[in-house]
Design a protein around this ligand. Structure first.
Ligand SMILES: Nc1ncnc2c1ncn2[C@@H]1O[C@H](COP(=O)(O)OP(=O)(O)OP(=O)(O)O)[C@@H](O)[C@H]1O
Length: 581
């Protein structure tokens, strides 16, 4: 990924609001100029006093201009920060939208390679923390730097010696400041990494709280969290300790231009090298010279932070996206599915080898095979969660790479055993399958899926809030709601990947019956370990070790495949032992 400069990244994300930044910088410049100019008029007043002029008219114009400049400074500062805040929040919104869009378009593998704690931290807290940089630094930093340059050039014009003398304390302060910057990136990255570890550990701790409690591991898990918290704090303390002395020297010496201007300017004046007027103006202008720079230095830290955060965002935004056109190039003629020479591996390990598979439109097929054989991987490739490394997948004769993700997603519903429920009502969760559905449509689908009675028995019926990730419901209940949501989508291809794994046999029979009714004009791919639920499939595909070992109807496979026969016999034996238990 090409690394970009901070300002190019910010302007890119600001989109149409970047002109606000430009106006904000211009108004900030006017404000800074109005803030520095009074030193000139004060010097003018002092010089007139030295000359002994005591008529009011000699001072009135200077005084009025001082007052006007004071108001201009304040007014333009308000305008500048208002504009920069609008641009800042627009930029943050743009960043979040682009990052979320990118996650939706990236392959599941790329998304999962990022820890969810770190992703959440970057997209929520860390991006929010750039507000200071975005709203304040851009106008103030540029305004202050240019304000400093303007004042310095003016001083050099009236006396180059006084201009250089005024810079002496600042130069000493800078040398000290620069020693602090040695290893800055290393320290800063270390702090960022430790903070990420802390976030990831906290998310892991919360997500795994059930297992931690069940296995009595709370103390050791807490130790891991405590260690991450301690290291997170220690790295900041260590960094602070390293910077403290240099920073204090820099901040104490740098602003005191008078340390050099008074004695050295006095010597120049004494030897007649500068006039009294130049001496007085230099004293006053030098006081205003450094403060804009000191203000800017205070922002350096925020700039570094913003740069790191925006680089992280850039990484998310530039994740490899699934290779899809923006407009579908063709329309599938039906819901048939073909895999041609498909191979796929997670990272370096190939788990599917040259798969060729034809699934007829509106047929019901099952993928069976030993654990780890590659069934779910085939289903996920068909659901377009990943792209194959080799080979292609066709729907209704059209390569899925020629369809937009949106069109494709309309055609395919994928229900896994871990389908996520949002922390809203059952009604809203099911409506996510079809945002145009009415309450009556939802109820009709739930009746067909056999979950209407269960929902009506809940205290708030369809308005029951399901809790975080559906935690107020049992695994089986969650799955049945997920199936209803998929059915609500009414797509032509339905993939059920262990979708009834948590359901008890009685409810599974109800679901299977309703699925058959709902799936009449659909292509349905079922992955199920309970072989008795798929024996009536039109075609049973036996997957073993990443290849398709055999396929056919149940009876055919019993005859021609030893592996299938053994799986069936052990399934029957398991059922018998369940019944005898
Ligand atoms: N996200 C992943 N990253 C790395 N390897 C993975 C990932 N998901 C699956 N695998 C590996 O790919 C292989 C096939 O897994 P897959 O889930 O497709 O098998 P399966 O037949 O569906 O198994 P099961 O019946 O146990 O669900 C396995 O060796 C598994 O360990």
């Amino acid at each position: 990924m090409k690394r970009r400069g901070l300002f190019s990244i910010i302007f890119d994300y600001a989109g149409a609001k970047k002109k606000y930044y430009v106006f904000s910088i211009i108004t900030s410049l006017i404000s800074v100029t109005a803030g520095i100019s009074p030193f000139y008029f004060i010097a003018s007043i002092i010089n007139k006093l030295i000359e002994g002029r005591n008529e009011f008219s000699a001072y009135s114009l200077d005084s009025i201009l001082l007052l006007v400049l004071f108001f201009l400074k304040g007014a333009f500062h308000i305008v500048s920060t208002s504009l920069s805040h609008i641009a800042a929040y627009q930029t943050i919104k743009g960043v979040r939208k682009r990052a979320i869009d990118s996650l939706a378009l990236a392959s599941l593998g790329d998304v999962k390679s990022h820890n969810s704690g770190s992703l959440k931290n970057t997209l929520c807290e860390r991006i929010d923390s750039t507000e200071v940089a975005l709203a304040h630094i851009i106008p103030e930093f540029t305004g202050n730097i240019i304000g400093f340059l303007g004042t310095f050039i003016y001083l050099m014009i009236i006396s180059w010696q006084m201009g250089l003398i005024a810079l002496i304390p600042f130069t000493i302060g800078m040398v000290s400041y620069l020693t602090m910057s040695i290893g800055y990136e290393k320290y800063w990255n270390n702090c960022i990494n430790k903070t990420k570890v802390l976030n990831d550990t906290a998310v892991e701790y919360i997500n795994g709280i059930e297992v931690i409690k069940a296995f009595g591991k709370s103390e050791s898990s807490y130790k891991k969290f405590k260690k991450a918290a301690k290291e997170g704090a220690d790295c900041f303390v260590e960094w602070q300790r390293k910077c403290n002395i240099a920073f204090s020297i820099a901040m104490t010496v740098a602003p005191y231009t008078l340390l050099a201007v008074l004695p050295l300017g006095g010597i120049l004046y004494y030897h007649g090298m500068i006039t009294l007027e130049v001496f007085v103006i230099s004293i006053l202008m030098s006081v205003g010279l450094i403060s804009p720079l000191i203000n800017s230095m205070g922002h350096v830290d925020d700039l570094h932070k913003a740069k790191t955060i925006f680089s992280e965002i850039d990484e998310i935004v530039s994740m490899d996206h699934l290779n899809r056109p923006s407009v579908s190039k063709n329309t599938p003629k039906d819901s048939s599915i073909s895999l041609k020479g498909v191979s796929f591996g997670y990272e370096d390990k190939e788990v599917l080898h040259n798969i060729n598979l034809d699934i007829k439109a509106n047929s019901q097929i099952a993928l069976v095979g030993p654990s780890g054989a590659g069934k779910s991987t085939i289903a996920k490739l068909i659901a377009s969660l990943w792209d194959p490394n080799k080979g292609d997948i066709y729907i209704g004769g059209v390569n899925i790479k020629d369809l937009t993700l949106e069109d494709y997603n309309k055609m395919v519903s994928y229900v896994s055993q871990n389908n996520y429920l949002f922390n809203v009502s059952i009604l809203e969760n099911i409506k996510m399958g079809n945002l145009n559905a009415t309450d009556e449509d939802v109820i009709a689908v739930c009746k067909k899926c056999g979950i209407h009675d269960f929902i009506m028995n809940l205290e708030n019926g369809y308005n029951t809030i399901v809790g975080d990730s559906g935690s107020h419901l049992s695994g089986g209940e969650r799955q049945r709601i997920s199936i209803a949501r998929a059915m609500m989508k009414d797509s032509k291809i339905v993939i059920l990947d262990e979708a009834t794994a948590y359901t008890d046999p009685e409810n599974e029979a109800i679901i299977q019956k309703s699925l058959s009714a709902l799936a009449e004009d659909k292509t349905v791919i079922v992955i199920a370990h309970r072989l008795s639920t798929i024996i009536h499939s039109d075609d049973i595909i036996l997957v073993n070790d990443g290849i398709i070992e055999a396929h056919g109807k149940h009876e055919e496979l019993l005859e021609k495949s030893e592996l299938y026969k053994n799986m069936w016999l052990s399934h029957i034996a398991g059922k018998d032992s369940d019944l005898n238990a």
